[in-house]
Design a protein around this ligand. Structure first.
Ligand SMILES: [Zn+2]
Length: 323
């Protein structure tokens, strides 16, 4: 298989390769993984390999006419069902439209691919309609469902698809990805790898957020002001970035965690914010481990309070005051 520039996902790539090598193609595949995990990338790779007309190994070749049409989004035998603008569910009529195409023979390739993106948003009627196709699938069609989770999908749908779970990327793989896209150095990338929890889409979004970079600088310096009235300077940062509150909390926790580890172990291999080593060293000397652990508790408390809808300004002010 020609995996191109894909980073990580080796178990899934291996499974796909075996299917392609053996030619054991079933009628429906379900790609499962949260938003940003790479469902689209992985399912596109699989579909393109299924359609590729090149006789050699290393599918998709990305150069045959089929591959080129797939890449440009103009392949006549590729159908995509997506949620319509302004709607909250994929509707039964959309599945019926797809079915009317499915029953016609493919125009050019020996196979047709029908993608159902956001399959977890199909309402029950749409799922029941799809079930008919899954029960009596036309021989020339492969249906590929993409779902953030399987909670809302009927058991009868689930049992008729082969499942592909998208895995998390390791911190090293996320760092590699960020280096490729933004030329970010590995030390800085490791912060975004932790924040994204191995989700490549989330890592790319966070690492591309200039405001967040600035927030990170300000928080790192600001935490050093704990114990003085100047800590209140961070109040404005929270007010200006309400929509980023959870990431700000996580950045603070990562920073404080590093300070604790540095004090307790002195082992730089355990540190995540390595790109700011001199600031970390300076601050670690100023605080006690107990004081730092208290700060983590205050962040945890503020997070819980905000979840139960307490006043935003008051909660942040109290947290910083307690620092
Ligand atoms: Zn090809």
């Amino acid at each position: 298989m020609n995996t191109g520039t894909i980073i990580g996902q080796s178990p899934l790539l291996y499974a796909m390769e075996r299917i392609l090598d053996r030619g054991m193609i079933v009628h429906a595949y379900l790609f499962i993984g949260p938003e940003g995990s790479g469902k689209k990338t992985m399912s596109n790779l699989f579909a393109q390999a299924l359609l590729c007309t090149n006789k050699g190994e290393g599918k998709p070749c990305r150069s045959c006419i089929t591959c080129r049409q797939f890449d440009s989004g103009n392949h006549t035998d590729v159908v995509r069902v997506r949620i319509l603008e302004g709607k909250t569910a994929i509707l039964v009529d959309q599945i019926r439209d797809m079915q009317s195409v499915v029953n016609i023979k493919p125009y050019q390739a020996g196979r047709r691919i029908c993608f159902i993106e956001d399959a977890h948003l199909m309402n029950v009627q749409a799922q029941n309609a799809l079930l008919k196709t899954l029960e009596e699938p036309p021989s020339h069609t492969v249906i590929i469902l993409l779902a953030d989770n399987i909670n809302s999908l009927l058991p009868t749908i689930l049992s008729r698809c082969q499942h592909f779970r998208i895995g998390h990327l390791s911190h090293e793989e996320i760092a590699q990805l960020l280096n490729r896209h933004y030329s970010m150095d590995p030390e800085e990338a490791s912060v975004y790898a932790v924040l994204s929890q191995g989700n490549p889409g989330k890592a790319l979004t966070l690492a591309n957020d200039e405001t967040l970079h600035a927030c990170r600088e300000e928080l790192a310096r600001g935490i050093g002001l704990a114990g003085s009235v100047k800590i209140a300077d961070l109040y404005g940062l929270f007010m200006d970035n309400k929509d980023r509150t959870e990431v700000l909390f996580e950045l603070m926790e990562l920073w404080i965690r590093d300070l604790i580890l540095l004090k307790e172990t002195g082992d730089w291999n355990l540190i995540i914010n390595k790109d700011k080593s001199s600031l970390l060293s300076k601050q670690a000397a100023r605080f006690t481990s107990k004081g730092l652990q208290d700060m983590i508790q205050k962040i945890e408390l503020a997070r819980t309070m905000l979840k139960s809808n307490t006043n935003y300004q008051l909660t942040i002010e109290t947290m910083l005051y307690q620092f």
